[in-house]
Design a protein around this ligand. Structure first.
Ligand code: PLP
Length: 223
């Protein structure tokens, strides 16, 4: 592969920025997972990222992921696949079969559908609860006022393996208050993972404790 391959360059640039952000905030590099947000990217492009050592990928649509990942997972069993897009209950069976981590658990009905499938398929799935920190009607995520109840329900009643929280801050405002809110909520529930930060703000998110940054454009280029 040519050293001028843009994905190669992008990945090394992002890794450097993650290293610097960790150094600035006194965090260890091992705490921060880079998830390549690979929606709309072809399997060949994904293979290039895997060749550069990327081991975490995030997909948004179950249907699209089903077209790429059964084959890719056979080729690269060490890769961890994350679901970062909206999830419908009627896709729970496919999602549980395909993914390792689900970031978008945002209502009881999805939690129930996932718990049922996890039991049936005897699979281990890590869950994160998506919080609509900006209270935007068009966006997924539980409202902040309902977050405590949903976290408790998924953890205590459904016995899901809830490990963290996820948010997608509004596009047009500074994201740091959203990151700070998510960090406090996770702390209150003793949840270790924070899925926050995208191409435009992942360094900032790391400063606020992100353990999973989801980077698409900065890694693969404009979609
Ligand atoms: C596409 C996507 C990302 C990555 O966004 P970029 O701005 O391209 O880095 C992160 N999180 C979610 C949920 C996404 O859908």
């Amino acid at each position: 592969m040519s050293p001028l391959n843009p994905i190669t360059q992008n990945i090394s640039g992002i890794r450097e920025r993650i290293r610097e952000a960790c150094a600035r905030s006194g965090r260890s590099l091992e705490e921060v997972h880079l998830i390549a947000a690979s929606k709309t990217q072809s399997s060949d492009v994904i293979r290039q990222a895997i060749a550069e050592g990327i081991t975490h990928f995030g997909e948004n649509r179950v249907q699209e992921a089903l077209e790429k990942w059964p084959m890719l997972k056979k080729e690269y069993p060490h890769v961890t696949l994350h679901h970062i897009g909206a999830l419908q209950s009627n896709k729970a069976a496919e999602a549980v079969a395909l993914y390792d981590v689900i970031h978008s658990l945002d209502r009881k009905s999805i939690g129930e559908a996932l718990a049922k499938e996890i039991e049936k398929q005897q699979k281990k799935i890590i869950c994160m609860i998506q919080i609509n920190t900006g209270e935007e009607p068009q966006k997924g995520g539980v409202q902040p006022s309902d977050a405590d109840a949903l976290i408790r329900f998924c953890t205590n009643d459904l016995r899901l393996d809830v490990q963290g929280l996820m948010c997608i801050p509004p596009a047009d405002v500074p994201s740091f208050p959203h990151f700070a809110f998510l960090r406090e909520l996770a702390k209150r529930h003793a949840l270790p993972f924070l899925s926050m930060g995208m191409s435009s703000d992942f360094e900032n998110a790391i400063g606020f404790g992100a353990t999973h940054v989801r980077v698409g454009t900065a890694l693969f280029g404009e979609r």
